[in-house]
Design a protein around this ligand. Sequence first.
Ligand code: NDP
Length: 314
Amino acid sequence: MSIEKVKNLIIGSGPAGYTAAIYASRADLKPILYTGMEPGGQLTTTTDVDNFPGYPKGIDGPKMMLELKEQAERFGTDVRIGEVTKVNLSDNKNSYHEVLINNETKIYAKTIIISTGASAKYLGIESEQRLIGGGVSACAVCDGFFYKGQEVAIVGGGDTAAEEATYLSNICSKVTMLVRRDLMRASKAMQHRVNSKSNIFVKYNSEVVEVIGENVVEGIKVINNKTKKIEIIDITGFFVAIGHKPNTSIFKGQLEMDETGYILTSGKTTKTNKPGVFASGDVQDKDYRQAVTAAGTGCMAALDAERYLASIEY
Ligand code: NDP
């Protein structure tokens, strides 16, 4: 097993991780960044990013992530493909945190920036999983465009589902919104937006039991969980908006998290409950979840790490 000692280790390669890397490498922390299993993170599943400042014509998500990587490398970040498989975070400022990569490389890090992001949740039924990329999507803003003028459905009753249903209603001819309870969790303002759209049809007490189609989505089979009535709805696009899950399982029991697994940070900083361990991006933010906010907290994490190292006179 190879063993290395580093000042700064960054875990994750979305906008938070790469921005942390740009700042950390410019501050001479000589960061090593491990990309995880989805190099570039969630933005690599996006086509046009139109809301990141500085790109007046928008930018393709994967291209933006490659440019962020290049920018981090320009200042000396050592970007490596690999996944963290185990961590042993220390409570002692004088010792190192231990991180295992792919069960074969051990890194002793004085500071760690966790930017492992979050992943969209899916229903988990077989037909849905099979048709991901064939009409099933967890990102209306990324993929809605492909269903221009067509009939689609979206599952979920939270703010994301309401926001995405509204977004889709401007592109698609008809949007069926499937809510599993007899009410939506979304804020009243968001519900109002949904209800004001003449081409959104909300079905309450409705659960999807099957996504129909061999290679592409042709429809969904929906059951009303009160009446038990089954209905087939013809659609070409099926969007899932039932929340996100932070990628924090390897840190469970070591870092303080909220009840849904998001890492808790202290006040306006990126500090976690372990000295020298910082969290940035979606892994610690369930409210904003934007590339630009993730990048902002990545910058904060690098500055926090730099100040921490200065304070322990490393
Ligand atoms: P939420 O957890 O708030 O909502 C998830 C929704 O999906 C709920 O309606 C839930 O139903 C439903 N759901 C969960 N699992 C299933 C399932 N297996 N089958 C069917 N339905 C299911 O997640 P969101 O992503 O909507 O929001 C996350 C956070 O981001 C929230 O704090 C939200 O306020 C915030 N946000 C704010 C926005 C804004 O203000 N513009 C925009 C988007 C998000 P049930 O209610 O029955 O549990």
